[in-house]
Design a protein around this ligand. Structure first.
Ligand code: GAR
Length: 219
């Protein structure tokens, strides 16, 4: 069983999608064992407590540098025996050393089709504001491994979502979450825990599940 830590900073709807998926038996061979919040007031903490998941608060400002923060966070996760780190709306950029320490064991969900609207400064509602400003007709979400390059790690899954006339950033954000993020993230987490994800030359391959005749490579 892979022990999962979910890192959060805000509302935690993606955390909720993971909690619900686990309760429904859809996270195969994985268990959410810890929720780490970068803010003490994150509503995600309440969601974790309601699901009886141990919570930890680690604020970046309590550490002298990103490196010190990453080291303390890494030590905590290692002590807990964590095998997969999920960034679910985690708004603190992690140190290079942390990314290397958990290489190919950190998954992030990003609310756009990478490589569009991603990288430093593109997070949360800002991503949707930028998409609407550009006038794209299709946006979506991406689940990817985390590397030292912000939003630059290997892509695990993507789903397109239509932009509708009259969308506000808030309305678009909600649609992207509902149609893409809450679907893709639990599925990718399960695939990881089942040992079905491999990375080769910067490309992710997903093996078909034993019990899923319809699911081919790369889906
Ligand atoms: C989600 O839309 C997530 O994709 C985004 O923040 C939101 C968190 O919502 N993450 C990023 O922008 C990371 N670059 P949640 O707290 O309700 O899951």
């Amino acid at each position: 069983m892979v022990k999962i830590a979910v890192l959060v900073s805000g509302g935690g709807t993606n955390l909720q999608a993971l909690i619900d998926a686990e309760a429904a038996g859809n996270i195969k061979n994985g268990e959410i064992c810890a929720v780490v919040a970068s803010r003490p007031d994150a509503y995600a903490i309440t969601r974790a407590k309601q699901a009886f998941i141990p919570t930890y608060v680690m604020r970046r400002r309590d550490y002298g540098s990103a490196e010190a923060y990453g080291e303390a966070l890494g030590d905590l996760l290692e002590q807990l025996g964590i095998g997969l780190v999920v960034l679910a709306g985690f708004m603190t950029v992690l140190s290079d050393a942390f990314c290397r320490r958990f290489q190919n064991r950190i998954i992030n969900v990003h609310p756009s089709l990478i490589p569009s609207f991603c990288g430093e400064g593109f997070y949360g509602l800002r991503v949707h504001e930028a998409a609407l400003q550009k006038g794209v007709k299709v946006t979506g979400a991406t689940v990817h491994f985390v590397s030292e390059v912000v939003d630059g790690g290997e892509i695990i899954a993507q789903k397109a979502v239509a932009v509708q006339p009259g969308d506000t950033p808030e309305v678009l954000q909600k649609r992207v979450m509902r149609e893409a993020e809450w679907v893709l993230l639990p599925r990718a987490v399960s695939q990881f825990c089942e040992g079905r994800i491999t990375v080769q030359d910067g490309v992710v391959y997903i093996a078909a599940a034993d019990d899923d005749e319809n699911e081919g490579e790369n889906r």
